[in-house]
Design a protein around this ligand. Sequence first.
Ligand code: HEC
Ligand code: HEC
Ligand code: HEC
Ligand code: HEC
Length: 368
Amino acid sequence: MLMVRLVAASALAWSGFAANEIVGDAHRGEQLFRTERCVECHSINGRGGSLAPDLGKRIDRDFTPTVMASLMWNHAPQMWSAMRKEGIVRASLSGESAADLFAYFISARYFERPGDAARGKQIFTAKHCAECHGTTTSNAAGAPPVSKWESLTDPLILVQQMWNHGAKMREAYAQKKLRWSALTSQELRDVLVYLQGLPENRALVTAFAFPPSDSGEALFQSKGCADCHKGKLALENRLRTQNLTDLAVDMWNHQANMRQPPPNFSQEEMRQILGYVWTKQYLQGGGDVERGKKVFAEKNCATCHNDPASGAPSLARGPDGYTDVTMISALWGHGPRMLQLMTERKLPWPRFTAPQMADLIAYLNSLH
Ligand code: HEC
Ligand code: HEC
Ligand code: HEC
Ligand code: HEC
């Protein structure tokens, strides 16, 4: 079961962000990656086994959690047989553990598109960052050296800093008569890859935990985000393919739109807001119920799950019961039995594109 923290769903809540909260932590995820022995076959960014794809290597795929969920479904039978051969016992993966793994992948930048350190170094100079931030020294009053940046180890802190800092920075740029300019996601990715790869930063331990959102909606209102972000600018469905580097850039670029001075946020407040506006849409892929219904039929899911006599359980969990995270824990827990029954009935193992996975999730969430 997905570990849930029940949150009062107010009448104002957007339909996409409802009751169940996802609780997952990168440190626990990293441990799981070792104790579940994923690491014996897979490496992340070069560390680990080489029997299976390096999960940190991002080729030309558009990585989202939904891509990962569909890849794991598609590869599962081969993965299970590789595990049998290696004598690895497949433990079941609770919803909470699956969320821990996702958190670990987020902290390991698995969902980021590739960045380029050489380009990042240039940008860090060209955008004047280096004039205030030395890598180990501070070059301007109050500007922390890069090796002291908390935001380098936790992408949520980066989002918050890019908002708070963005405002102060505009002033600092003006005082120094430097031209402030917007950043693209690619530029920030390049800068991060450059900074994280510096020898003095390589040992930094990255962290990430899915943010809570109990007071996220209230803050979204009280801090004024809701004044602009409604109607055409409503954030629902706008953020589902955005990762945290994209969001950090959104925050930086905001400064051009803001009344001055813009509101300031504590780390906890920004976590709450992101927990409210971002997590669910990021982990559900924004699929379409009708198309999902077709996927459910075409991939033969309906053959068993719409036939009580087959022994397959009902999949109705209510709205938001399914995310990329629960699809993986369900696969890990129930997949082998499903595979066995499918083989007996001569049904092919289902393979999904990421949009099909998103549609399927939308459909499952519509069942009651
Ligand atoms: C015994 C070796 C083994 C273990 C242990 C293992 N895997 Fe895999 N995994 C594989 C193989 C082999 C593939 C590729 C299968 C294929 O090509 O169809 C794969 C594929 C994947 C993919 C798709 C990768 C891609 O980019 O295409 C993901 C994601 C994944 N595994 C995650 C995990 C996780 C998470 C764990 C631990 C819970 C795990 N694996 C444990 C062997 C393993
Ligand atoms: C004019 C001086 C100046 C320039 C140029 C500058 N910064 Fe800063 N930066 C500061 C100051 C001062 C702070 C601390 C301010 C604060 O507490 O909000 C800071 C803080 C930060 C932080 C937060 C550090 C932490 O603890 O996590 C980040 C991230 C950051 N800057 C990134 C950048 C990037 C990226 C650039 C270039 C695009 C840049 N800065 C350019 C002065 C500057
Ligand atoms: C003064 C109006 C205003 C306020 C207040 C405001 N925003 Fe924005 N925001 C904008 C505009 C304008 C854009 C750019 C939209 C676009 O690119 O089409 C934007 C973009 C964004 C984006 C990126 C959206 C996308 O489609 O990529 C995010 C995320 C965001 N804002 C979050 C927030 C949060 C969180 C708050 C409150 C802390 C906030 N905004 C407050 C006007 C505002
Ligand atoms: C051959 C019959 C069969 C087919 C086809 C089938 N399933 Fe299942 N499914 C089962 C059985 C049986 C279980 C329970 C397995 C167990 O108890 O370990 C199950 C369990 C599940 C669960 C976990 C339920 C829960 O609440 O934890 C999910 C999710 C699921 N199936 C989704 C699907 C999807 C999506 C498809 C189509 C791609 C599909 N199934 C196709 C028989 C089937």
